[in-house]
Design a protein around this ligand. Structure first.
Ligand SMILES: *[C@@H]1O[C@H](CO)[C@@H](O)[C@H](O)[C@H]1NC(C)=O
Ligand SMILES: *[C@@H]1O[C@H](CO)[C@@H](O)[C@H](O)[C@H]1NC(C)=O
Ligand SMILES: *[C@@H]1O[C@H](CO)[C@@H](O)[C@H](O)[C@H]1NC(C)=O
Ligand SMILES: *[C@@H]1O[C@H](CO)[C@@H](O)[C@H](O)[C@H]1NC(C)=O
Ligand SMILES: *[C@@H]1O[C@H](CO)[C@@H](O)[C@H](O)[C@H]1NC(C)=O
Ligand SMILES: *[C@@H]1O[C@H](CO)[C@@H](O)[C@H](O)[C@H]1NC(C)=O
Ligand SMILES: *[C@@H]1O[C@H](CO)[C@@H](O)[C@H](O)[C@H]1NC(C)=O
Ligand SMILES: *[C@@H]1O[C@H](CO)[C@@H](O)[C@H](O)[C@H]1NC(C)=O
Ligand SMILES: *[C@@H]1O[C@H](CO)[C@@H](O)[C@H](O)[C@H]1NC(C)=O
Ligand SMILES: *[C@@H]1O[C@H](CO)[C@@H](O)[C@H](O)[C@H]1NC(C)=O
Ligand SMILES: *[C@@H]1O[C@H](CO)[C@@H](O)[C@H](O)[C@H]1NC(C)=O
Length: 392
């Protein structure tokens, strides 16, 4: 609501982009339709917000015509949210004011510092225009949305507007044990033009250890997902961007995710590169970080690299992943620093699709054998048995 008018153009742009990339291959054939529904859902949830429709609960039971007074809160079960138990607490967020909180941040603020309980912040459908911070003092928070195409936290900071890329995230998580389910994180700053400086716009920064994302969406262009530090799990997520759209020094396992390149379409025959999926920031041999993608799919537009070596010991593996032919034959980039060729670890294993042909890959790219690939193929990569709770 603080950004009147902004969403419509952005969602129209998203919609146009989604329908333009008809060759996008994905395990979920409903993707384009989902994105269309997404725009429509959001548009319709924004439009009525200019009308003062929030009415008192049960008001209409007494007088008048039921049809003329419709209570938007009627869908809420009267006993929701349930009372706290000794292990969990649920806080309810609804932008229309149907339960305790109207913003996500106000719910986060109400969580006790260093609570040992898990607090689920239940977030109703709609767009929440706010910048959200989950501070270090608030471990064990879950954001539960109603679907990545129905619930989103959206802001529009850029590197320029927020003292640097690292602070531009619409959501920033510094706490440990953070979980997000069925919700999207979006940055709707203007799409960077080629050569733009300071236009990086992060959707979420994940800077706490032991974070898990299930069925989430990440929407942006340059630097969408700041996988900053700590061990992270992403399952069934949709991640879109153009340049370095998954970047940082986290140690992360991406399973069954859809990666969608939004780089400008490149005409056949043109060899220039205009996008990169990853920019992993592993800086030294001592660091245990890296990104593993397993059973994912990569499509969209542009002519892109799978990764570029933001730091000298950058480490990324793609396994069992479908890649469309938007991936340039050389595959990867050393950030124009040949010294890094000795220290980066870029591996591919059992990938399929036109972009997965490794014949023309640069010499430092590793075609992993079974033994070399095995540490990257399951959740033991992120010590999941020590912390990851099954999805419930
Ligand atoms: C974010 O959107 C608001 C409202 O449209 C606008 O005033 C502001 O300049 C935008 N910020 C950036 C960095 O684009
Ligand atoms: C939590 O509550 C349950 C009953 O609801 C009780 O059996 C259990 O002992 C309690 N646990 C603690 C740690 O208080
Ligand atoms: C939520 O609202 C209910 C009823 O208005 C109130 O009893 C309860 O204390 C509130 N909970 C929080 C966490 O603010
Ligand atoms: C958490 O701690 C901060 C200061 O560190 C304080 O300002 C805030 O009120 C505390 N929040 C709660 C819910 O206790
Ligand atoms: C809460 O967070 C602390 C510190 O990160 C952790 O030790 C504890 O296991 C967490 N509790 C739950 C219920 O997740
Ligand atoms: C960011 O700020 C720099 C310096 O003020 C300016 O040159 C540049 O155009 C700005 N970038 C964007 C995308 O506004
Ligand atoms: C929520 O995410 C889970 C895990 O990815 C998925 O199985 C489920 O269908 C999603 N639910 C909704 C309502 O989107
Ligand atoms: C892989 O690329 C090479 C060189 O461009 C080509 O000769 C070969 O036929 C391709 N392999 C497949 C399976 O498409
Ligand atoms: C895999 O590659 C490594 C390193 O080149 C080699 O030492 C090992 O013998 C290979 N293992 C298999 C099963 O081929
Ligand atoms: C996961 O991978 C590790 C090491 O690569 C291996 O030891 C373990 O057996 C695997 N676990 C499963 C469930 O496949
Ligand atoms: C990847 O998919 C294969 C085939 O469906 C399955 O056997 C394997 O367990 C999956 N691995 C992960 C990490 O999801």
């Amino acid at each position: 609501m603080s950004l009147p008018g902004t969403p419509f153009s952005i969602f129209v742009a998203l919609l146009a982009a989604a329908t333009a990339c008809t060759h996008f291959m994905t395990p979920n054939p409903l993707f384009v339709r989902n994105l269309i529904d997404f725009s429509l859902t959001f548009s319709s949830s924004v439009i009525p917000s200019t009308i003062p429709y929030k009415l008192e609960r049960s008001h209409h039971n007494h007088h008048h015509d039921k049809k003329t007074i419709q209570n938007i809160c009627d869908d809420f079960a009267p006993d929701f949210p349930p009372p706290d138990t000794n292990t969990t607490s649920i806080l309810c967020v609804d932008r229309n004011g149907c339960c305790n909180f109207t913003t996500v941040q106000s719910a986060v603020d109400a969580v006790g510092n260093f609570s040992a309980k898990r607090t689920t912040v239940w977030i109703n459908s709609g767009i929440y225009f706010e910048k959200v911070i989950v501070p270090k003092t608030k471990p064990n928070i879950t954001f539960q949305g109603q679907g990545y195409a129905s619930t989103a936290i959206v802001w529009n900071d850029t590197a320029n507007s927020s003292h640097g890329t690292f602070y531009s995230g619409s959501v920033q998580v510094f706490a440990t044990n953070f979980i997000a389910k069925n919700i999207s994180f979006m940055n709707v700053a203007p799409i960077p033009l080629p050569g733009d400086v300071g236009a990086q716009a992060v959707a979420i920064r994940v800077a706490g250890d032991q974070a898990a994302f299930w069925g989430c969406g990440f929407f942006g262009f340059q630097d969408t997902l700041h996988d900053d530090r700590g061990r992270h799990y992403f399952k069934d997520c949709y991640i879109q961007g153009s340049i370095d759209f998954i970047f940082g020094n986290g140690k992360s396992f991406y399973e069954n995710c859809q990666l969608n390149s939004m780089a400008n379409p490149v005409p056949a025959g043109v060899k220039s590169i205009n996008g990169a999926v990853t920019a992993n920031g592993r800086a030294s041999m001592d660091e245990n970080s890296g990104f593993a993608f397993v059973n994912c799919s990569l499509g969209g537009t542009g002519r892109i690299w799978l990764g570029r070596a933001w730091r000298p010991f950058s480490r990324v593996v793609f396994a069992y992943t479908f890649m469309s032919d938007i991936v340039a034959p050389e595959g990867w980039n050393d950030f124009n620093d040949p010294m890094r060729d000795q220290t980066i670890f870029y591996g591919e294993y059992m990938c399929t699709g036109g972009g997965a042909n490794t014949t023309m890959r640069l010499p430092y790219v590793q075609r992993l054998n079974d033994t070399q690939a095995s540490p990257y193929l399951n959740m033991s990569f992120i010590d999941a048995d020590q912390w990851l709770q099954p999805y419930t």
